[in-house]
Ligand binder design. Structure first.
Ligand code: AKG
Ligand code: FE2
Length: 343
C-alpha cells in the first residue's frame, strides 16, 4: 500500500479512510472542560528533598488519569529535536528511499507501514509509522535502523539512551510513591527490548471522518511520548476525551496494561487515541518500556492489600499477554478479560 507520506497533499479523504459513523471522532464533543486538565509535573525537584512530593504527585496523576506530562525531565532539548528532525526527514524522503524499509508484516520488529487495520475489520487510520527496536542500542539493532537521513542512527541512539534513563527515573519514582523498593520495576519488569513507534500524521482534509489512531491502551509497562507542538493526542477520562495539550519540551507519560496488573488495578492503564488536523503534520515519537518476554507478571504481593482488595489478575508470562493482545481487538476490556480473576 502507498504511504500517506508519499503524497504530501491530500485534497479529500479517500473512501478507504472514512470510518463508519459510530467510530468517527465526533470532534464537536471533544473540547475539554476547563476544570479538568491532565497534570503537568515538574521533575526538577525530584533531585532534592521534594522527591517524596514529586513521587506522590506522580501517583496521584496515575490514579486519577493514567497519564501525565513531565517537564524539567533531564533529556536535553537538542537530543529531542535532533531525533524529531531526523524522523520528520525520514517521512519527507521520496517514496523510493522509504521503499527498502517497507513491510506490512505485523510480526516484524522493524518496519515502515501505513494505516494498519488495527481492529482487523479493514478500517484505515490516517497515519504512517515506523516501528523500531530502539533499546538497548546494540550493533544488531542499529544495523536495522534506517541509514537515511544521515543523522537518523546517531540521533536515535542519543534519544533512545536519554529517554530510557528518564523511564527508569519515572519507574523509580512510581515505585517509591507506591512504597515499594525503589528498584522494584528495574530488571526484568522493564528490561525487555524497547520498542519505538514513530507516528506520522499528515494534514487531513476532514478530521471528522477519520482518526490518526483508534482508541487503545498500551500493552506494555510505561510509555514515554514526545508529541512536539501539534495537538492530537486525547485520553479518556470520566467518559469523555481530554486533549493532551502540547507543553513545550514536555514528555507525555502513560501507564500500560502491565502497570495496571502489577499494581492490582491501583494505577490504571489509560485509553487514548489520536485525532487529525487540517493544517500541520503531526509527529509523535513513542517509546514503549516493556518486560522481558519470559517475565512472569501478576499483581505484586505488596499491592494486594486493603486498598486494592484480593488479587484481580492471574499470573502469566508476558509473552502470553502479547499473544492475547494481538488476537483481541486492542480494546481495554477485551484484553484484560483474559487475565482477570472473575469472582
Ligand atoms: O500519536 C500519539 O500521540 C499517540 C501514539 C500512541 O498512542 C501509540 O503509538 O501507541
Ligand atoms: Fe498508545
Amino acid at each position: 500500500m502507498e504511504l500517506l507520506s508519499d503524497c504530501p497533499v491530500h485534497a479529500s479523504v479517500p473512501d478507504k479512510y472514512v470510518l463508519p459513523p459510530e467510530k468517527r471522532p465526533s470532534l464537536l464533543n471533544d473540547e475539554p472542560s476547563s476544570d479538568v486538565a491532565i497534570p503537568v509535573i515538574d521533575l526538577h525537584s525530584a533531585d532534592d528533598c521534594r522527591r517524596q512530593l514529586v513521587a506522590a504527585e506522580i501517583i496521584k496523576a496515575s490514579k486519577g488519569f493514567g497519564i501525565f506530562q513531565v517537564v524539567n525531565h533531564g533529556v536535553a532539548e537538542d537530543v529531542v529535536q535532533g531525533f524529531r528532525e531526523a524522523a520528520a526527514g525520514f517521512f519527507a524522503m521520496p517514496a523510493e528511499d522509504k521503499l527498502p524499509y517497507r513491510s506490512d508484516d505485523l510480526s516484524k520488529h522493524f518496519r515502515v507501514s501505513s494505516s494498519t487495520p488495527y481492529d482487523r475489520n479493514g478500517d484505515r487510520y490516517w497515519l504512517d509509522y515506523l516501528k523500531i527496536n530502539c533499546h538497548p542500542v546494540t550493533d544488531e539493532h542499529v544495523r536495522e535502523w534506517p541509514d537515511k537521513p544521515g543523522s537518523f542512527r546517531s540521533s536515535l541512539a542519543e534519544y533512545s539512551t536519554a529517554v530510557h534513563e528518564l523511564a527508569q527515573t519515572l519507574l523509580r519514582l512510581i515505585a517509591e510513591g507506591l512504597s515499594l523498593d525503589g528498584g522494584f520495576f528495574a530488571g526484568d519488569l522493564s528490561g525487555g527490548s524497547t520498542q519505538m513507534n514513530v507516528n506520522y500524521y499528515p494534514p487531513c482534509p476532514d478530521p471528522s471522518l477519520t482518526l490518526g489512531l483508534l482508541p487503545h491502551c498500551d500493552r506494555h509497562l510505561l510509555t514515554v511520548l514526545s508529541q512536539g507542538d501539534v495537538a492530537g493526542l486525547q485520553a479518556r477520562h470520566g467518559g469523555r476525551w481530554l486533549l493532551v495539550r502540547p507543553v513545550p519540551g514536555a514528555f507525555v507519560v502513560n501507564l500500560g496494561h502491565q502497570m495496571e496488573i502489577i499494581t492490582n488495578g491501583l494505577l490504571a492503564s489509560v485509553e487514548h487515541r489520536a485525532v487529525t488536523n487540517t493544517d500541520a503534520v503531526r509527529l509523535s515519537v513513542v517509546t514503549l518500556i516493556m518486560p522481558k518476554m519470559e517475565c512472569r507478571i501478576g499483581p505484586a504481593p505488596e499491592m494486594v492489600n486493603e486498598a486494592t482488595g484480593p488479587a484481580k489478575f492471574k499470573e502469566f508470562e508476558f509473552s502470553e499477554f502479547i499473544k492475547a493482545y494481538s488476537a483481541a481487538a486492542a480494546s481495554r476490556e477485551d484484553v484484560l478479560h483474559y487475565f482477570r480473576i472473575h469472582r
